[in-house]
Design a protein around this ligand. Structure first.
Ligand SMILES: *[C@@H]1O[C@H](CO)[C@@H](O)[C@H](O)[C@H]1NC(C)=O
Ligand SMILES: *[C@@H]1O[C@H](CO)[C@@H](O)[C@H](O)[C@H]1NC(C)=O
Ligand SMILES: *[C@@H]1O[C@H](CO)[C@@H](O)[C@H](O)[C@H]1NC(C)=O
Ligand SMILES: *[C@@H]1O[C@H](CO)[C@@H](O)[C@H](O)[C@H]1NC(C)=O
Ligand SMILES: *[C@@H]1O[C@H](CO)[C@@H](O)[C@H](O)[C@H]1NC(C)=O
Ligand SMILES: *[C@@H]1O[C@H](CO)[C@@H](O)[C@H](O)[C@H]1NC(C)=O
Length: 422
């Protein structure tokens, strides 16, 4: 009896650990949430070589997990058609499509830069990548920018860099506003002449429910200095007008390569980032209250305990009360990591385990896109039965070369074990 129980546990453990994907660290990637999946795509895998990534994989947010043992799942059919990093990814309003836009784009076979197409779409229900035909204005090649989508399905992309020398990575920063109407698939470079902001890249962009996009930080102007975090750029998507605000409150170091999430009650939480010479910035985490006028910065008192190390080039997504930080580069050793950090926005604490907000019903179909009824990032309160608060900073070893082998051997073993059990 004891033996067979132990054996079954062993088998379950084996299958679980085997079917999980073990992604290598990465930098300047994208992450989006569709229904209850946090999907990761694009990015740069290895600083010391031109090793980029085209895999698409996800964390299932309907299940609990610990950030030291992440149950990533690879979508084998989801490989991106190109390599791209420092790009932006936006989900369509109906959650059917990921719009992957811009970045440093390389042909997967020749590794040459190829900016001939700027927009790729991923159809979530069928796991297929497409190169859609887009009408309207010419799509300018851009890197280091971020898009947001409004409730009419229009994606707004402000400025960014057009790198013209790909050896020295030099180019120009822009201050234009480009839009992609996702229903008519029309690209438009808005003609605005009044009140234009300084050219800006690597900012954070948050669309407030009132239609205002809040742009913070990043590199500015033609001399590439970092923007003051209190000098906020506002774009009104209803009037198509720029305005500016000087935020008040705590001081926040200028930064780029940081992340932001917008909470349902109007707080923009920024995390990480670095100086222009890739050193750390302070504080690691800060909150901008957009309910106040002018907006106000503050540093939550709990947010320093168990705070992750300084990282940049990571990404952040909000899922109910969890701000989920994925991958990026450590300031300390300048290595790309594959870590996930979890910040509970209700308790303002870093935590190590994720617990889904609603009890998951009996194993529903996991086919992508179809019939998922998971409630999203809404303001509903959730259970926060978080038991552990320590933050592990041990980076999991990156197994670039071994991952597929591990999967194959693992699958082999588990099949053998299952056969044996039968
Ligand atoms: C990154 O690339 C360098 C140079 O090609 C190589 O020596 C190193 O092993 C790579 N690191 C990883 C984690 O793949
Ligand atoms: C961007 O750079 C390319 C060269 O790589 C150039 O041909 C193009 O005109 C530039 N476009 C814009 C809008 O800056
Ligand atoms: C890029 O810059 C380098 C160094 O200044 C220069 O040698 C090279 O010709 C430039 N390449 C292009 C395509 O302008
Ligand atoms: C922000 O402060 C600067 C410096 O004091 C001032 O020049 C600028 O006009 C202010 N901007 C706004 C929008 O109030
Ligand atoms: C899309 O997914 C998000 C994230 O879970 C969710 O908040 C939203 O309600 C979903 N939208 C639709 C139309 O299913
Ligand atoms: C964090 O957890 C430890 C036990 O692991 C506990 O002693 C400590 O009080 C907790 N701290 C907070 C802020 O919850």
């Amino acid at each position: 009896m004891y033996f067979s129980l132990k054996f079954i546990f062993y088998v379950i453990f084996l299958i679980n650990s085997i079917l999980c994907y073990d992604p290598p660290g990465r930098f300047a990637h994208n992450s989006v949430i569709i229904n209850n999946r946090l999907l990761i795509l694009a990015g740069w895998e290895n600083r010391s070589s031109d090793q980029f990534t085209y895999e698409l994989f996800y964390l299932d947010l309907s299940k609990s997990f610990d950030n030291t043992d992440l149950p990533w799942t690879l979508i084998p059919d989801g490989n991106l058609p190109v390599y791209t990093w420092h790009s932006t990814a936006i989900v369509s309003l109906d959650n059917s499509t990921i719009f992957q836009i811009g970045g440093f784009i390389n042909n997967k076979h020749t590794l040459d830069y190829d900016f001939s197409k700027q927009v790729y779409t991923y159809d979530y229900p069928t796991s297929k990548w497409n190169t859609p035909s887009i009408i309207g204005d010419n799509i300018p090649p851009r890197q280091q920018m971020k898009g947001v989508i409004d409730n009419l399905g229009i994606i707004y992309i402000f400025g960014g860099v057009n790198t013209t020398n790909l050896t020295t990575f030099t180019g120009l920063i822009y201050n234009d506003m480009n839009t992609l109407d996702t229903s008519s698939m029309t690209w438009k470079t808005l003609s605005i002449s009044k009140n234009l902001p300084l050219p800006n890249s690597d900012y954070s962009a948050s669309l407030l429910p009132n239609g205002i996009i809040v742009y913070i930080g990043g590199q500015e102007s033609i001399d590439w200095t970092l923007a003051n975090m209190k000098s906020i750029k506002l774009f009104d998507t209803k009037k198509l007008e720029w305005s500016y605000m000087n935020a008040t409150g705590d001081d926040v170091d200028s930064r780029w390569l940081f992340s932001s999430v917008l909470t349902p009650d109007g707080y923009i939480i920024i995390f990480g980032g670095c100086t222009q010479i890739y050193t750390s910035v302070s504080p690691n985490l800060a909150v901008l209250d957009t309910n106040k006028s002018p907006y106000e910065w503050s540093i939550p008192s709990n947010s320093k305990a168990n705070s992750p190390p300084s990282i940049y080039g990571h990404s952040a997504n909000l899922y109910f009360n969890y701000m989920i930080i994925t991958f990026g580069c450590y300031v300390d050793d300048q290595l790309f990591n594959s870590q996930v950090y979890l910040y509970n926005i209700a308790s303002n604490k870093w935590v190590t385990s994720f617990n889904p907000p609603v009890p998951t019903t009996t194993s529903t179909s996991t086919s992508p896109g179809t019939g998922s009824t998971s409630p999203g990032t809404s303001g509903t309160s959730i259970d926060t039965s978080i038991t552990s608060n320590g933050t592990s900073i041990t980076s999991t070893s990156t197994l670039t070369a071994k991952k597929s082998l591990k999967f194959a051997i693992g699958l082999g073993i588990s099949i053998v074990v299952i056969v044996f059990l039968l």
